[in-house]
Design a protein around this ligand. Structure first.
Ligand SMILES: C[S@@+](CC[C@H](N)C(=O)[O-])C[C@H]1O[C@@H](n2cnc3c(N)ncnc32)[C@H](O)[C@@H]1O
Length: 264
């Protein structure tokens, strides 16, 4: 077995991530980034380092999952958005603006766009625009192309797939233009301020802050607070939380699904 194959074996065991789920090129790029940071000269050296340093297991897991996303990731959250958040926003005004921060390859903003499309079918007087940003230009290219493999669509039911995706001969699915048109993608570093006009109705920023320091997380909460309009929604990742210093900026709306609302 060569050095890379043997490293992959250990990764599967220790990190509990199936390397076969990813393109080899992607896995290699992520491992190389960890190798640079740990001064490992080659796969063998990094393998030894990984086995000898238990804290590296978590760091490698984070590096491997940094862009990981899928349509309707945590379906319960999207169910609350469909049933409660979007209808509430539709009741407030005719044009709804949502910022999806750290959108990776586009599955999250497109999932919201699908729900928005369903809403506007019932409420043609309402329009929705989703602004989706990420720091990583490579994932944004994929987001704009809007082409995904079947795995990304695991949580999308058949009816929605037929309605909102074109299925290609190579087994991929492309988001249809009526959904693409609801999302504007743009490269943006969350540490650099608000990229769009304020008074937003909702911000989603999910599974983005794993590398952020406590200070950066708090700055981000302040940023979202000032980006949102009155009673605007802030939707966090399931494992993310607000530190005590910034807790007062938001009030809980649905604690289990990590949906908050801007406090006055
Ligand atoms: C794991 S993905 C989350 C995707 C999606 N929000 C979800 O929950 O499925 C995290 C994304 O955050 C982006 N990200 C990390 N740091 C960022 C920053 N400072 N500004 C903007 N995006 C950032 C990464 O490029 C990555 O695409």
């Amino acid at each position: 077995m060569d050095a890379f194959a043997s490293l992959q074996r250990s990764i599967e065991k220790l990190v509990q991530i199936k390397c076969a789920n990813y393109k080899e090129d992607y896995i290699k790029r992520r491992i190389l980034s960890r190798m640079r940071l740990t001064n490992a000269a080659d796969y063998e050296a990094y393998h030894r380092y990984l086995l000898a340093n238990p804290q590296e297991v978590n760091l490698l897991r984070n590096a491997l999952t940094i862009n990981v996303t899928k349509f309707f990731r945590d379906p319960e959250v999207f169910e609350v958005v469909r049933r409660e958040v979007l209808p509430d926003l539709a009741g407030r005004g005719r044009s709804i603006r949502i910022w999806c921060a750290g959108c990776s390859s586009g599955e999250e903003p497109y999932s919201i766009a699908i729900l928005a499309h369903e809403l506007t079918a019932l409420r043609p007087d309402v329009s929705v625009m989703i602004y989706a940003t990420d720091i990583d230009a490579v994932v944004l290219q994929k987001a704009m192309a809007g082409i995904y493999d079947a795995k990304a669509l695991e949580n999308v039911d058949e009816r929605r797939i037929r309605k909102h995706f074109v299925s290609h001969d190579d087994g991929t699915f492309e988001v249809r233009s009526h959904i693409k048109d609801l999302v504007k993608f743009r490269q943006h570093d969350l540490m650099s301020g608000i990229p769009i006009t304020r008074y937003l109705d909702a911000v989603t920023c999910r599974n983005v802050t794993i590398y952020f320091t406590e200070n950066q997380k708090n700055e981000l909460a302040r940023l979202f607070h000032s980006a949102l309009g009155a009673d605007g929604y802030y939707i966090m990742g399931k494992t993310e939380y607000l530190a005590r210093e910034v807790e007062h900026l938001f009030s809980p709306y649905n604690i289990a699904q990590k949906i908050l609302r801007k406090a006055a």
